[in-house]
Design a binder for this molecule. Structure first.
Ligand SMILES: *[C@@H]1O[C@H](CO)[C@@H](O)[C@H](O)[C@H]1NC(C)=O
Ligand SMILES: *[C@@H]1O[C@H](CO)[C@@H](O)[C@H](O)[C@H]1NC(C)=O
Length: 314
């Protein structure tokens, strides 16, 4: 009798823990925890190296180790492509037996293979990105998540600050539909349940998620996953150059992606507010530009010196 009641208590504790783990959200609706309360469901969310952050370009340190990335298999037209809703974001994973796309260089040690991509958006295009630049939001932000090749699985990587390399790409409102994302957006209504998957028609090379140019212009800082458990295992790269989606495409994210599958609420927003930088430094691959004023002063002095020498020579 005593034994079996212990057993019951144990089971319900597990059930409680499991349901607590599942109760975070971006809004705090339906008894869920809003971002400010995430540390109560996932203590790491209250850590000292959290993401996203506000990036202040004028305070970022130039680092010449932040070279260009090498993108491998980014042009490959991944044939079997699936996407899934995990109730918190539009997420894409590849079902392919071929070699995964990967990145190296870019100041990273080693090679990181593609794991998944997902998109953060807002209620309107005024606010939706997770990172902000000089406190300004972009309409949305795409995250390309890569796992360090030295770890066999994501679980093995947990607890290591070099586990993940995430590329953050800002999405700005453009005049036209971005055709590179048409098949992804068209497939959204096929995801009818939390965690269900749909196949995209057409090919989806990861290169199509990147801006055309300036892939070597970026910010770098050490941070975390931006959703619980908020593990501080990410080397963040935020590209300076955005990509463009039409307003209609952004609207599809807000209205067609359903939090809990069919008949549930649309996922109106899914960005975490910026977190304190604390003792971290943001680095940049952008060379400081020559200060125009000192350049002028220099040439003035040079000219004066030349004039003076000319006078003495006479
Ligand atoms: C991946 O694709 C293969 C071949 O089409 C299929 O047999 C397998 O079930 C798929 N796996 C998943 C997880 O969808
Ligand atoms: C679409 O993807 C290609 C690479 O596959 C890229 O060159 C092009 O700039 C992308 N177009 C837009 C609008 O982002």
């Amino acid at each position: 009798m005593a034994l079996s009641s212990y057993f019951v208590a144990f089971i319900s504790l597990i059930a409680l823990a499991a349901s607590e783990g599942a109760t975070w959200s971006y809004t705090g609706d339906h008894d869920t925890k809003a971002p400010a309360d995430w540390p109560s469901v996932a203590p790491l969310c209250g850590g000292n190296s959290q993401s996203p952050i506000n990036i202040i370009p004028s305070e970022a340190d130039y680092d010449d180790d932040l070279t260009a990335f090498t993108f491998t298999n980014y042009d490959k037209e991944n044939p079997a492509t699936f996407y899934a809703s995990n109730a918190h974001a539009l997420k894409v994973t590849f079902n392919t037996s071929q070699e995964m796309p990967s990145i190296s260089g870019g100041g990273l040690v080693g090679t990181y293979r593609f794991m998944q991509l997902h998109i953060h958006h807002g209620k309107s295009s005024a606010k939706g990105s997770e990172h902000t630049i000089n406190a300004m939001h972009y309409a949305a932000e795409l995250h390309l998540v890569h796992l360090n090749n030295k770890y066999a699985t994501f679980e093995d990587s947990l607890g290591n600050s070099d586990a993940l390399a995430v590329l953050g790409i800002m999405i700005e409102v453009g005049e036209e539909d971005n055709a590179n994302f048409s098949s992804l957006i068209a497939a959204i209504p096929e995801v009818t349940e939390d965690g269900s998957m749909a196949e995209m028609t057409g090919k989806f090379p990861l290169r199509a998620c990147l801006p055309e140019d300036d892939l070597d212009v970026y910010y770098r800082y050490p941070g975390s996953l931006t959703t619980p458990d908020c593990n501080e295992i990410v080397q963040w790269t935020v590209l300076k150059e955005p990509i463009y989606w039409s307003e209609a495409q952004l609207q599809a994210l807000r209205t067609k992606l359903l939090v809990g599958g069919a008949d549930s609420d649309p996922l109106l927003l899914n960005f975490r507010p910026v977190q304190p930088l604390k003792s971290r430094k943001v680095k940049t691959s952008m060379k400081p530009v020559d200060d125009g004023a000192s350049g002028v002063a220099f040439s003035f002095i040079t000219m004066a010196t030349m004039l003076l020498s000319a006078l003495f020579l006479m």
